[in-house]
Design a binder for this molecule. Structure first.
Ligand SMILES: Nc1ncnc2c1ncn2[C@@H]1O[C@H](COP(=O)(O)OP(=O)(O)OP(=O)(O)O)[C@@H](O)[C@H]1O
Ligand code: SF4
Ligand SMILES: [Mg+2]
Length: 357
């Protein structure tokens, strides 16, 4: 067991407990480009209830951000083709008009990004921007009320002297403080869904931990549904109730976080787990990246998109290169997409993979 696996899992609501607040079905987001059709997201489905956290993990270019921007309704260019369903509290956002999605964005669902400077304007104070985000959805609020709300939110996310710092410009904040301010802005309207896309990648390790703690505290306080997107399984190890692993625009494995760490079923997940930093190993030993490069999303490899990199593709009698594996339920709530027979997978995991994790 790794150090991270030893950490007690957070007390989680029963899997799938309650009605899903967000329900995504067979989501496909393709872009028409001069080089060809980019299949950035290609048939992703999941449910997320309020009070639960879903971690979406995968290497660079696997479609994590496109999925989240799609949920937020931010791919409305003529070149984007979106099909499937994104139901937010029962309402299908794929079918909804842009005005309706804009109305829900910021109020019912909000997003925080890796780089707060992409979300914050350099020429307005932090306070002005939080006030603006609040007043868009609370037009009846006076300026004084909105400012009080901004100070309250800055205080809530741990900005010292919030009544003074509210008048600072983003560049006067440190990286960690800016990230906190962006979280304050995202939460100012008390959204029911928060998406955090690589919220800590640009920060140093101590600040990363503080921001992750903050997201967890806020989630517990507000009871919202949270999606955390990361290429680092370590980030979601303690935070997520459920994990969805993406590869080449598809979900290759999803299930409760504990199950995914203890008995992962997909060879790509094994690779990700093997590349996860561990506290108890020397640096040179630990970061074993998944060998090879991520697939092109224009010319996606035939069959299982992972086959050019998978050490076990030859064990499936040619199926890996010819037939796309569908997600199958391997245990309650735990799904994986791989042609390897279950007994073979379990043998490989026990004999070859687990001893190295
Ligand atoms: N507007 C667009 N037009 C064409 N292709 C796009 C567009 N947006 C994203 N893509 C492509 O979709 C793929 C998935 O991108 P995405 O940003 O979702 O990856 P990611 O998993 O978030 O990666 P990272 O970890 O680097 O953030 C990439 O190949 C990217 O080039
Ligand atoms: S389907 Fe084949 S190539 Fe894909 S992960 Fe399973 S064994 Fe590897
Ligand atoms: Mg991304």
């Amino acid at each position: 067991m790794t150090e991270l696996q030893k950490t007690p899992a957070r007390a989680a609501a029963p899997a799938g407990g309650g009605e899903p607040y967000l329900s995504v079905r067979d989501l496909r987001i393709h872009f028409d480009t001069d080089d060809g059709l980019v299949r950035s997201v290609d048939g992703v489905s999941f449910d997320l209830a309020k009070g639960r956290t879903l971690g979406i993990v995968g290497e660079s270019g696997s479609g994590k951000s496109v999925t989240s921007l799609g949920i937020m309704g931010l791919h409305r260019s003529k070149r984007a083709r979106i099909t499937g369903e994104i139901r937010l509290d029962g309402e299908d956002l794929v079918a909804a008009g842009p005005d309706r999605v804009r109305e829900l964005r910021g109020r019912e669902m909000a997003m925080i990004f890796q780089d707060p400077l992409t979300a914050m304007h350099p020429y307005y104070t932090v306070g002005q921007q939080i006030v603006e985000a609040y007043r868009v959805h609370h037009p009846q609020a006076t300026k004084k009320q909105a400012r009080a709300r901004a100070v309250e939110m800055l205080d809530r996310v741990g900005i010292p002297q919030p009544d003074r710092r509210v008048d600072d410009y983003p560049h006067q904040f440190s990286g960690g403080m800016r990230q906190r301010a962006m979280i304050a802005m995202a939460l100012v309207n008390d959204p029911s869904l928060l998406i955090a896309d690589e919220p800590t990648t640009a920060l140093d390790v101590t600040v990363q931990a503080q921001i992750l703690d903050l997201i967890r505290d806020l989630q517990e306080e507000f009871g919202s549904a949270v999606i955390i997107i990361t290429h680092d399984l370590g980030v979601v190890a303690e935070l997520a109730d459920d994990i969805l692993v993406m590869y080449g625009g598809k979900c290759v494995e999803r299930g409760p976080a504990e199950t995914l760490f203890d008995s992962p079923e997909h060879p790509y997940t094994w690779g990700l787990l093997g590349s996860m930093p561990r506290l108890d190993r020397e640096l040179q030993e630990r970061l074993v990246p998944v060998k090879g490069t991520p697939p092109s999303l224009i010319n996606v490899p035939s069959g299982c998109a992972f086959h050019p990199r998978c050490p076990y593709a030859a064990l499936t009698g040619g199926r890996s290169t010819e037939e796309t594996p569908g997600l199958t339920e391997v245990a309650p709530g735990h799904h994986a997409a791989c042609h390897l027979a279950l007994s073979e997978r379990h043998r490989i995991f026990t004999e070859e993979i687990a001893p190295r994790l």
